[in-house]
Ligand binder design. Structure first.
Ligand SMILES: [Zn+2]
Length: 224
């Protein structure tokens, strides 16, 4: 995974979203308001492409069952904190994370409790974790089969990477095992479905097979 480009920036400047964004910023509506649905859907769609469906924190494919139930857009600096609300629609603060990482991250403050918000988000900002828009996560954190994670020595982000791994519990034995177990179970299930569809082998089954094969591919990548 390379450093993410703030691709949402151009979209967020579109006239059609201006009104709903400013309503949110002024506190007139909250994040879950229907008027924000369109802009959020657009952000999600372009982030999915830019991230190649990968969660920048754990560097794993966000397979459908690991997507957030409501596919929440994750804010690197938590928008629910007043001091970071100004970054709610800042392109370099918007990420799609897998459900596991999203839940573990929660409302963690990635600048530091009690510290003021930075004026802008830049590479020089002191974040407590490596930042997917300013750091190449795959050059900061090594993911070995399991997956097992370790900070990459020489990246200059060792402290932040160690902290991310610990706080997201990426090496928590239980979560590795349950993650692994879930993937193996899904793989078995997919095999069974594919076998049935192959026996049927009509046009509809073949179309369905294509989708399941793509998912199987993702599951395999995750297991490796
Ligand atoms: Zn993740």
């Amino acid at each position: 995974m390379a450093i993410l480009k703030p691709v949402a920036r151009a979209v967020l400047k579109r006239k059609e979203y201006k009104n709903s964004i400013s309503k949110y910023m002024s506190g007139e509506v909250d994040w879950s308001d229907k008027s924000l649905k369109l802009v959020k859907d657009t952000i999600r769609a372009i982030l999915r492409v830019e991230q190649k469906d990968i969660c920048p924190y754990c560097q794993r494919i966000i397979i459908p069952e690991r997507r957030n139930v409501n596919e929440h857009i994750e804010h690197f600096l938590d928008k629910s904190k007043d001091k970071y609300k100004k970054f709610a629609f800042t392109a370099s603060n918007l990420i799609l994370a897998c459900q596991g990482c999203n839940v573990e991250k929660g409302i963690r403050d990635l600048i530091g409790k009690g510290l003021p918000a930075p004026a802008y988000l830049t590479r020089q900002t002191h974040f407590l974790w490596p930042h997917p828009y300013f750091d190449d996560m795959s050059q900061c954190i090594q993911k070995l089969p399991g997956p097992v994670y370790s900070p990459i020595v020489g990246s200059g982000r060792e402290t932040q990477s160690t902290r991310l791994i610990k706080e997201l519990k990426l090496n928590d034995i239980q979560s590795i095992e349950s993650r692994y177990g879930r993937l193996v179970a899904r793989r078995t299930q997919l095999m069974r479905i594919l076998r049935k569809l192959a026996i049927k082998n009509d046009e509809r089954s073949r179309a369905k097979m294509a989708l399941f094969i793509i998912e199987m591919d993702k599951v395999d990548q995750d297991l490796s």
